[in-house]
Write a protein that binds this ligand. Structure first.
Ligand SMILES: [Fe+2]
Ligand SMILES: [Fe+2]
Length: 140
């Protein structure tokens, strides 16, 4: 069982965006596995925490790479898309701070809410963005 499957999100017309979504989903499922093991065995959370750090970095790069392309090709809904990213990042940062202050569980709980946000964002915001970018790239 995975907490989110790549088949659940729209396939991006832009290969770069698709690859980013695939790797992010992979990390989320790895976190789920590590969190479950940590929960059962009460093992050292070092591996889980390293994976969470990897996730935070991945999200930042994911959003940044989309924003760079949107600016480059003058995507008309840039502000709306960027605001969606920034809102998520501030929620993520809050959960991360709680985790770094000793409340790992808060960060794990946040992770379990991510798939719902991700599916909605990818399918309603990233899809039109990818289609626009792909068209513009072909023209140039
Ligand atoms: Fe995306
Ligand atoms: Fe996005």
């Amino acid at each position: 069982m995975a907490i989110v499957y790549i088949e659940q999100v729209d396939e991006m017309s832009l290969e770069q965006m698709q690859a980013t979504h695939e790797s992010e989903i992979k990390i989320l499922n790895e976190i789920d596995k590590l969190a479950t093991m940590y929960h059962i065995h009460k093992a050292d959370p070092a591996e889980l925490e390293a994976k969470l750090d990897e996730y935070v970095e991945h999200v930042k790069k994911h959003f940044e790479s989309e924003e760079v392309l949107m600016r480059k090709y003058n995507f008309p809904s840039y502000t709306m898309h960027k605001t969606a990213h920034d809102t998520f990042l501030s929620d993520l940062d809050y959960a991360r701070k709680q985790w770094k202050n000793g409340e790992l569980k808060k960060m794990i709980n946040f992770i379990y809410k991510v798939p719902e946000w991700l599916l909605l964002h990818v399918n309603t915001v990233d899809t039109p963005t990818s289609n626009f970018l792909e068209r513009k790239m072909k023209e140039s």
